[in-house]
Write a protein that binds this ligand. Sequence first.
Ligand SMILES: CC1(C)S[C@@H]2[C@H](NC(=O)CCCC[C@H](NC(=O)C[NH3+])C(=O)[O-])C(=O)N2[C@H]1C(=O)[O-]
Length: 351
Amino acid sequence: SSLPNPSVTAVLDVQKQALALGAPGALTRIDSGNSSYRISTGRADTAAGTGMDADRRFRVGSVSKSFTTVVLMQLVAEGRIDLDASANDYLPKALPDDRITVRHLLSHRSGLWDYTNDMFYYTVPGFESVRNKVFTYQELIDLSTAHKVNNEPGAAYSYSNTNFVVLGQLIEHLTGVPMATQYQQRIFEPLKLKNTSYVHPNITISGSYARGYLRQDDTTLPLVDSTEQTVSWAQSAGAVISNSVDLNRFFSALVSGKLVPQTQLQEMMSMVPVNSDGTQSYGLGLRGRKLSCGVTVYGHTGTVQGYYTYAFTTADGKRSMTSMANTSNNGTVNTVLAGTLEASFCGKGVA
Ligand SMILES: CC1(C)S[C@@H]2[C@H](NC(=O)CCCC[C@H](NC(=O)C[NH3+])C(=O)[O-])C(=O)N2[C@H]1C(=O)[O-]
């Protein structure tokens, strides 16, 4: 491909910076044509002193939104959902505004308030209060609709977990099939993603995995091991568990037309800028990031207690990268970790 070769040294440099900023460990996997690069630094388990490796499983957070979108778009292709219909046509309990369409939910333009703003205002107390809780979709939606909307439907981009909780409820109500089965039958099995699972509300991560460490709001206090949790506060918006080889395969297969037909793929990849310089965009359950060497990559990011994730691929799916640092509530780690995109796709260190 016309891309520069990945820079392993630049990836390692980013990972070292992430550790210096407080991440116990970091991993990156790059798949480029027939070449694969597995790069890791630091610890997967600080108490046991276990080293990180690039194959370990972890909670992917909002990368789950791209999986939920694939299920939804397959149902659109099957003629069972109209993207521009009112979401209320498919829901068991109406949202407060009939004008909210399925497309608004997928593109974070519904205006629905994000209940996690309240839930996690105080990071560790918020986490501890929900880590073992099991919510219904409706309980989470009701937390959101107790608030005013951020904007009129379609009027603006306002990212909200609520949108993808509504979509999980919509898919289950329409089909009568739980999301776990939808993911398994429509994505995990066809792509042989043997390291990917949806085990909500089970709290443990099976197999070889990285533990996750949540930084406290008082940063002088020790990290909190946040590995075990139901992630019921997110579910179809954030509860998938996977690893770097599977996420690379997922996004490469997606853009290569292996998961949804071209018509639906084009809808997903129709990007709307969401930042001032246009380097970041959002389509349907998919982020776009324009890098310094001119390439735009497609995928999603994730933030869940103890884990930051970047998972992106080129438009042709020929080069994919997943990076994870096993901490969160540490914005500088998240920002620095983005540097693995430049290293992997542009062969550049971050100045
Ligand atoms: C838009 C995001 C960043 S937030 C959204 C979702 N993650 C969450 O909503 C979790 C929010 C609380 C996480 C917690 N932070 C606090 O509690 C702060 N008080 C921490 O850092 O572990 C996800 O994942 N998305 C990211 C995305 O899409 O990249």
